[in-house]
Design a binder for this molecule. Structure first.
Ligand code: PGA
Length: 260
């Protein structure tokens, strides 16, 4: 696990986008695991810029999104289908048939979840997975006490997640209470994982995920079991880390790092 502390949101977004671009340049038919929420917006903006200005090519890649609210039609402006289309897909060249976002309106959730897992496998597994983190330490919608080997399934959202997400809806009552989400076990199978976090509101969750015990109470802590995870965080999100100086020292001393 690598903790990369950047001065601010733009820098962490640019660094994470660079890692994704490197995967795509190395493997043009890479499978990308994508996330929604406010945090990854900077990464999408940077990838769109790279597509426009540096010809970063998505024409052979396949994407899988982490999650979707149950009950929102794809045209709803808070659905994750809509979010991904508006903030990413309509600006780059991922072929429509290569895009996968879980269905929040299927009539058979168990069958859909099995199909989603199978589809990831058929496509060769996820090469690089982007994650945000909830203030309760969740990744995707794997709320506290989710099994650390869970697979794609329906979840009931925690109260704190509903409250956190209420800012996007007209009324708190409009926030869906169920979601379909990849499991922690699904996420851990990605070859590379990028977790993004900025702001004081994430400082506690980051400290527990990076330095706390591995626990289903903080599902992001399961990333400690993953061999190739990078946390890209800003100063505020890093503010509760006990070993912060050490993480900065590692980055400074990395081969190829600029002289401090
Ligand atoms: P946010 O959500 O990026 O909007 O803070 C993160 C999450 O809940 O995973």
């Amino acid at each position: 696990m690598e903790v990369i502390i950047k001065p601010g949101y733009d820098q962490l977004s640019a660094a994470a986008a660079q890692q994704i671009a490197e995967v795509l340049n190395r493997k043009p038919n890479a499978v990308l695991g994508l996330a929604t929420g406010s945090t990854p917006l900077g990464v999408y903006k940077e990838l769109v810029r790279m597509h426009r200005e540096e010809s970063l090519d998505f024409s052979r890649c396949t994407t899988f999104n982490l999650d979707e609210y149950v009950g929102l039609p794809v045209t709803h402006d808070q659905s994750y289908h809509y979010f991904m289309h508006e903030n990413f897909f309509k600006h780059v060249n991922v072929p429509e048939q290569n895009i996968h976002v879980p269905s929040g309106t299927t009539s058979n959730f168990p069958a859909f979840c099995d199909w989603y897992e199978q589809r990831i496998e058929e496509c060769g597994g996820i090469d690089v997975q982007i994650l945000g983190i909830g203030s309760d330490g969740h990744i995707a919608f794997n709320e506290p006490t989710s099994s650390l080997s869970s697979r794609t399934r329906l979840k009931t959202l925690a109260k704190v997640t509903i409250d956190d997400n209420a800012r996007f809806f007209d009324k708190a009552e409009d926030v869906p209470i169920y979601a379909i989400t990849m499991g922690v076990g699904t996420i851990l199978e990605a070859d590379e994982i990028i977790l993004l976090a900025n702001g004081k509101g994430k400082a506690d969750a980051i400290a527990q995920a990076v330095e706390g015990p591995v626990s289903s109470m903080i599902t992001a802590s399961a990333l400690q079991m993953h061999p190739y995870t990078k946390f890209y965080i800003d100063q505020d999100a890093a503010s509760n880390l006990k070993m912060r100086e050490y993480y900065e020292w590692i980055q400074m001393k990395k081969p190829g790092a600029p002289e401090a």
